[in-house]
Design a protein around this ligand. Structure first.
Ligand code: PRE
Length: 294
């Protein structure tokens, strides 16, 4: 059976690049055939898996400069039954793409809000007067660029080649070590989507809302992990969207859900939380494994 993998489109996005790396790794370890399916937004990409249109999705979840990809966290909270199968971290090198003769001709720059934010200082310094226009992905505006020589887009070198467009500047991200973590997501636990040689998962991700905005509402669940020596590698709050000042908490643990200690900690946490969503346990695929298999 051919495996379908949803990702943010149109073709050329970083999410597609991450999906290709994952696809190459998967086809090499399992001879599994796969097809990539682009969707117009991150929410629609995750909905495709939740509704069974595709088996898997590859979505960005966190960037080293800008932090969490909030569209991904919000969609994961809203949808049911989605589980993280694997994480992978990819370097991100942004490029300014345009048909303009020079940067002085530019009036607008299009890109995904994450990419605009990752290049914020460069844009302030080099193009302080341009209008920044957020798009659903870094590649959404590329097809319009040949019609407007006052417009540019921030995307990858690979996207510039794919659309046969000129590059005005490269490496424009504010920090050179820029990288984004992607999650491979599926419904329930999918054994063949994961590395088979690793017995234990290195991380577990979950999110919860608290029953009331009272002292200790967050401290109590966190204390459960501290008391059994589980390290948290990330904690992030998002608004519940129900009322101002009410939050959800997204947490990454350095532990495997199949360990009895972790399982009982999560059962205890359920008593301190209103809604608890466990996104599962998974490993991080080292970039060397991905590059070798490309
Ligand atoms: O628009 C794209 O190309 C994407 O894949 C999305 C995305 C993101 O949402 O973080 C992915 C990686 C980069 O951090 C910039 C944009």
């Amino acid at each position: 059976m051919t495996l379908s993998i949803a990702h943010l489109g149109p073709p050329g996005t970083y999410a597609e690049q991450a999906a290709i790396l994952y696809y190459n790794w998967l086809t090499q370890i399992s001879a599994q055939k796969a097809i990539l399916c682009p969707y117009p937004s991150i929410a629609q990409t995750l909905r495709a898996v939740a509704q069974g249109q595709t088996k898997l999705a590859v979505v960005p979840v966190e960037n080293s400069i800008e932090g969490s990809v909030t569209m991904t966290l919000d969609a994961l909270w809203q949808l049911d039954g989605l589980q993280v199968q694997l994480a992978l971290v990819m370097p991100i090198v942004h490029t300014l793409i345009s048909c303009a003769q020079s940067m002085e001709d530019l009036k607008t720059v299009y890109s995904h809000p994450q990419a605009l934010a990752q290049c914020q200082r460069w844009l302030d310094r080099v193009l302080p007067k341009v209008q920044l226009i957020p798009t659903n992905s870094t590649t959404e505006a590329l097809l319009q660029l040949d019609r407007d020589t006052t417009a540019a887009a921030i995307s990858s070198q690979r996207a510039a080649q794919l659309y046969n467009l000129p590059v005005l500047a490269t490496g424009i991200n504010d920090y050179p070590e820029n990288c984004t973590r992607f999650w491979v997501i599926g419904k329930n636990y999918i054994p063949f989507a994961r590395p088979s040689h690793l017995e234990r998962a290195s991380h577990t991700s979950l999110a919860f809302s608290t029953p009331a905005n009272v002292p200790g509402a967050l401290a109590k669940p966190l204390q459960v992990f501290a008391s059994i020596g589980i390290n948290l590698s990330k904690i992030e709050s998002r608004p519940t969207k129900r009322s101002l000042g009410e939050y959800l908490f997204f947490i990454d643990l350095e532990a495997d859900l199949s360990e009895p200690q972790v399982e009982s900690a999560l059962a205890e946490i359920a008593s301190y939380t209103e809604i608890l969503k466990i996104f599962g346990s998974y490993n991080v695929l080292p970039i060397q494994e991905l590059v070798v298999s490309c």
